[in-house]
Design a binder for this molecule. Structure first.
Ligand SMILES: [Zn+2]
Length: 372
């Protein structure tokens, strides 16, 4: 099966479904994945224009299509050294993306795919950055979109969505209630559910982070420290590294160290308890609102990929997050608190690791202008 003909496969009952403009889950209500399979990485990717579209042979679009037309240079983010806890780490500057967060990787691919599938209108829900990214790429694709967000979302993110012309719907409730409002709208027939959690084509975009890291370093790193709320980057990175391994371009997969905020850490709790299922928790309130997801729909899947990599899940307190934000600013990098939490997590991991040697990569996911 060619990569653009791959179907959805249900994680619960293994049923397969052809992607279309309507389906967002299995008939059994299970989560869908995109079927795996071989992809290719031609040697000339280096000489192509720097964006995630240079990985065309690994993306879910037919080579005859024009999916890349909505591209704005997303992906291929700058790679710079940073010093954390007296160690040099490799940072990828994801906030140098068109809408100032890594979510552009997933949004560009998902919106292009929605357009290819014939979607006429998009519906999304977000804690902020995914909504701004979907709003921007929907605008670029000429598709109207409605974004459901918590009323507590930082004003800069709301402004960004509104200026792109999105129908911004404030929901006075938890992140789960925000998602429920979006799903209600989808079920009423308002449009394609452009969900960065439910729709697995989002991970076809975020997986390009792994490709970019591999290209920048000339191989895969030893450890990737990644933020985890819903797991959109962890799941994408795991898929990307696995595709590189399947293609024979690396023998090993990096250890994935997933970082949660202590105020809302259902995945870390399940990891420590050696559980295979994630139980919901209440969000106690945190500066890292972008990863404060009390009931992550793909939490079990995140546990699977982190464990398979030999990695771990850890938590950081808000004061450590704000110190990490200052530490980065002192090195010229202005990130939002949610992004700084990942760097705080890297410091925690370095302090606790038995063997912290090797190359450690940390994405800087969102600009400080998002939540100053
Ligand atoms: Zn199913």
């Amino acid at each position: 099966v060619e990569r653009w003909e791959r179907r959805y496969r249900c994680r619960r009952c293994a049923a397969v479904h052809a992607p279309d403009a309507v389906r967002w889950r299995c008939d059994c209500h299970g989560l869908l994945d995109v079927e795996g399979g071989a992809v290719s990485f031609p040697p000339d990717v280096v000489s192509r224009p720097p964006s995630l579209w240079r990985w065309a042979e690994a993306l879910p679009f037919a080579p005859t299509g024009d999916a890349a037309r909505i591209g704005m240079g997303e992906g291929a983010t700058p790679v710079v050294p940073i010093i954390v806890a007296h160690r040099e780490l490799v940072a990828t500057v994801e906030f140098a993306s068109p809408t100032l967060s890594f979510k552009d990787r997933g949004a560009a691919v998902l919106v292009a795919k929605a357009s290819e599938l014939g979607a006429r209108r998009l519906v999304a829900d977000s804690s902020g950055n995914a909504g701004t990214a979907i709003a921007a790429y929907a605008a670029r694709a000429g598709l109207p979109c409605a974004v459901h967000v918590a009323a507590s979302t930082p004003p800069a993110k709301l402004a960004q969505m509104a200026v792109h012309g999105a129908d911004v719907r404030l929901v006075d409730g938890t992140r789960e209630e925000v998602a429920a409002a979006a799903i209600d709208a989808v079920e009423r027939g308002e449009g394609f559910y452009a969900s960065h959690v439910w729709n697995p084509f989002f991970f076809e975009g975020t997986k390009t982070w792994a490709f970019d890291v591999w290209l920048a370093l000339g191989g895969v790193p030893d450890v990737c420290v990644l933020p985890v709320g819903n797991g959109t980057l962890v799941l994408g990175a795991a898929r990307g590294f696995e595709e590189l391994r399947s293609a024979g371009l690396t023998a090993a997969i990096p250890r994935l160290v997933a970082v949660q905020t202590a105020a809302c850490a259902p995945i870390a709790r399940a990891f420590r308890a050696n559980a295979t299922a994630v139980e919901p928790v209440r969000n106690e309130g945190t500066v890292a609102e972008g990863i404060a997801i009390g009931a992550p729909a793909r939490g079990d899947q995140v546990l699977d990929v982190v464990r398979a990599s030999g990695g771990t899940v850890l938590t950081v307190e808000d004061d450590a997050t704000m110190r990490a934000r200052t530490l980065l600013a002192e090195q010229g990098l202005f990130v939002e608190p949610t992004a700084a939490a990942t760097v705080a997590g890297a410091a925690v991991w370095l302090a606790a690791a038995d063997d912290p040697a090797g190359t450690v990569v940390v994405p800087l996911c969102g600009s400080g202008l998002k939540a100053p």
